[in-house]
Design a protein around this ligand. Sequence first.
Ligand SMILES: [Cu+2]
Length: 178
Amino acid sequence: MNMKSYPRWLAGAAAVLACAACGGGGEKAGAGASTGATAAAPAPAPAAGATTAAAPGGAPSAGKPITGKTWDVKMIGDATGYKFDPAALTIKQGDGVKWTVVSTPPHNVSFWPDSVPSGAASALQGNMPNTMSQLVGPLLLNANDTYTVSFAGVPAGTYKYYCTPHLAMNMKGTITVQ
Ligand SMILES: [Cu+2]
C-alpha cells in the first residue's frame, strides 16, 4: 500500500542507487576476492616447496656450532676387537663429540638415517663435515685423526652409529642427546 503512494521518480532513484550500490559492491567484492586469491595462492606453494626441500634431508645446511661441552670418544682396534670407547655416551643439546683414532684405522662415524630421531637427519647431516654420503662421515686414515660433530640444533633422542669399515666387527656406538 505504501509502495503505491511513492512517487515514480523516487522509485527510479532507488533503483539507480541500488544499481550503483550493486555495481560498487560487486566491484569491491571482486577486487577483494582476487586479492584474496592471489594472497592465498602463493602461501601453499612455499609451504610445499619447503617440505620437499627439507625431505631429501641433505642439501644445504650451514651446520650449527658447538655451544656446550665437547666429549671425547676413542676409535680402537686391538686384540679385544673394534670399538668406540665409550660406546654409549649421553650428552646435552649443543654439545659436541670428537672422535679420535687410537688404533687400527681406517675408522669413521656413520649414523643410520632411519634410526635417528624424527626430523634429525637433515640437521645432523648439516653438522657433519665432509660426509661421503648422508650421515656417513669420512674415513679417518691415521692414528690421532679426529672427527668432530656438533649436536646443536638436533632433536633430543638416541643416535645410533657405527664404523663403516668395521660394522661387521660390531664397531657401534650410541649418542643419547638430552
Ligand atoms: Cu672402525
